[in-house]
Design a protein around this ligand. Sequence first.
Ligand code: ATP
Ligand code: MG
Length: 431
Amino acid sequence: MAVDPEVGFTADVIRDPSRFVGRTELIRDCISALNSATGLISVFGKRGVGKSSLLRQIQQMALGEYTLAKRAGLAHLIPARPRTYLTVYYSCDSLIKDGKDLLARLCNDQNADDSLLRLIPNDGKEIVEFTRSKEVSAGADLKVVNWGARGVESSKYARVVADDVVQTFRNFVTSVVVHQVHNRMKRDGLLIILDEFDVIENKEGLGSLIKSLTTADVKFAVCGVGRDLADIIEDHASVERLIEQGVLAVKPMPLAEAEGIIHRAAELFSGEMRFEPGIAARLAELGQGYPYFVQLIGKQCVNEANARGTNLVDDSVLTKVLDDLRSGKAFPTLESAYQRAIGESEGRQILLHLLAEQPTEQSLFSDEIGRVVLKNTRQVAEELDIQFVNQLIPRLVEKRYGPILERVPERQGVYEFVNPVLRQYIRLRKL
Ligand SMILES: Nc1ncnc2c1ncn2[C@@H]1O[C@H](COP(=O)(O)OP(=O)(O)OP(=O)(O)O)[C@@H](O)[C@H]1O
Ligand SMILES: [Mg+2]
């Protein structure tokens, strides 16, 4: 019988703590950040490195669900009475222009499990407790099962102030803190988690906005692609005093942890799919620190094993998956990003491979990891008789074709792969 690959592997954000692997240091920092009365939590790192998955675990811990921390051997760090929260989770998008726009979105989002609006008491609105994981100890959050007949705007508990979104937001938050956080659920605070914070177009003033809204009852967690806090909050100076404990840099996964993804999957499959010794190490190596790739290849291995009618992922299964990857058959999404980037130009294809394969110096400056220097490749390209390198580059940095590369503004001729997973894909793909 075919085994469902999703039992052990997923390309989605990890919500379920039992699927979350590694990151012990970060979990430790999360415990202390959540348990300090005031303060901002900031999570940043490269694309696809595992930020949102960590955020979902922060959400679990905020509800008092510490199974993950206990499993990671951190039980001694959990306070006897941990601070607990009700939570809001919102993923930003690039149509959000600025801080006011963001608050307007937060005031209007109707997600039944994660929105702020769901928590505002209202005549007729039905709000029930639910848990976000299967763990028996799971802490409860609230969700809306029925918005009520009078619509979502007509709450008598939180006044909407026309043309003043900041005040409306404050009113909403106050209402939620009084009625739900303190009275109903007896929690310490409200945690507002904002993912993809870096895509907000005009970040001016966001830091001071968050600072003014942060109190002993309201904590923010912001997350985005970036190398440091300054990449996600421009006016970071205004939040500097808030962030003593909450700076969480998500780095590529160490090999041993990435191997852990396969071991965890094997557990989740509970014997229905097995992995030959050595396979985990090879998959970890292929992932180059990006758990997404490990999940993706793992999943494909299970599909291949299914097709062969076996329940053992061995060398020959993996070899077939890698052959399919090389010829562009295994991962349609990555393949189409690759094809869109090269745009039927053989020269650009070769150039892209040369750039992807450029060894990344683990140099003195950790910033340099993942960067490529055009100059180093230009020479090889010219030896290979690729003409007009300068004309091949623009498509690779153009937004509508990916973009694949991003210029590093402060350094001439230096580029960075926007999506490290795609870079690794290109490395493994046949020219
Ligand atoms: N700790 C983990 N254990 C196992 N798998 C993980 C872990 N963290 C992330 N993954 C896997 O990696 C992939 C990317 O994770 P996630 O979406 O959290 O990254 P991200 O940094 O938020 O990405 P993006 O920059 O695209 O928003 C997912 O497939 C997820 O299943
Ligand atoms: Mg994410």
